[in-house]
Design a protein around this ligand. Structure first.
Ligand code: PMT
Length: 217
């Protein structure tokens, strides 16, 4: 029999690295390809959920999934915020820029000897949704770390009021940003940390969806 544990549930997923504009032709961003988040969205659909993917990546998305393409952290915040209350789960796989230029120039900037850009802090989408969420909603965040993974992941679990933090080591070339594989550790309040060994992101995504299914059912 086909098992669809997320039938009737709405799942919101974010993916990709946000772009923070400096001027019409330049931006600040990061190495996120969107592969991890897109894999989570596909896995959620395969489990029977109605899925909305908010993505800063230009990767293709299957037609089963509703897509909102965004560029900046601010746009991603608005796209998540307006859909969060009617969602059963939110998975924040996006690499959201913590800062953006205080002002974006409307014209291409001219060459100068020195350039100083002042940055302002962006909203923390995961944290704000953590403050807003009902106990029936499942909130999943990621933690991208290069060291002290356990300490920082547990801090994010608490401070952002997430149900699950998926921690990954982004200091290695064979996992994390912009490759097909990942190795992660699940951190949750109730259980001991669980290591998910290096494998395809499509497989890691299924494990994340299984965790959410258990939480919601
Ligand atoms: O896209 P890929 O190339 O497949 O790479 C996958 C990945 C490495 C990007 C992914 O596995 C990952 O780790 N995503 C989270 C990246 C990140 O921004 O981590 P963080 O530790 O800085 O943030 C912690 C959590 O807060 C994340 O869920 C993030 O989405 C969220 N956040 C962060 C900043 C911010 N302003 N708002 C947020 O919601």
């Amino acid at each position: 029999a086909v098992d669809l544990p997320l039938k009737g549930k709405s799942v919101l997923v974010t993916a990709g690295g946000t772009k923070e504009r400096i001027d019409p032709v330049r931006f600040i961003s990061n190495d996120s390809s969107g592969k991890m988040g897109h894999a989570v969205a596909e896995a959620a659909w395969e489990s029977g959920a109605k899925v909305t993917l908010i993505t800063a990546s230009s990767l293709d998305v299957s037609e089963n999934i509703t897509v909102a393409r965004v560029e900046s952290a601010e746009e991603m915040y608005d796209a998540v915020s307006s859909r969060f209350d009617s969602s059963d789960a939110l998975v924040m796989a996006a690499a959201v820029s913590d800062y953006s230029p205080e002002t974006a120039s409307p014209h291409k900037m001219k060459k100068q000897d020195q350039l100083t850009i002042t940055f302002k802090k962006n909203p923390d989408i995961l944290k704000e949704m953590g403050n807003r969420k009902h106990s029936s909603q499942c909130l999943v965040g990621f933690a991208a770390e290069t060291d002290n993974i356990e300490v920082y992941a547990n801090k994010k679990l608490k401070e952002k009021k997430a149900d699950l933090i998926v921690a990954n080591d982004v200091g290695k070339k064979d996992r994390g940003f912009n490759v097909d594989k990942n190795e992660v550790i699940f951190f949750s309040q109730a259980r001991e940390p669980q290591i998910i060994q290096l494998k395809e992101k499509t497989e890691i995504a299924k494990d994340i969806i299984d965790w959410i299914s258990e939480f919601l059912n």
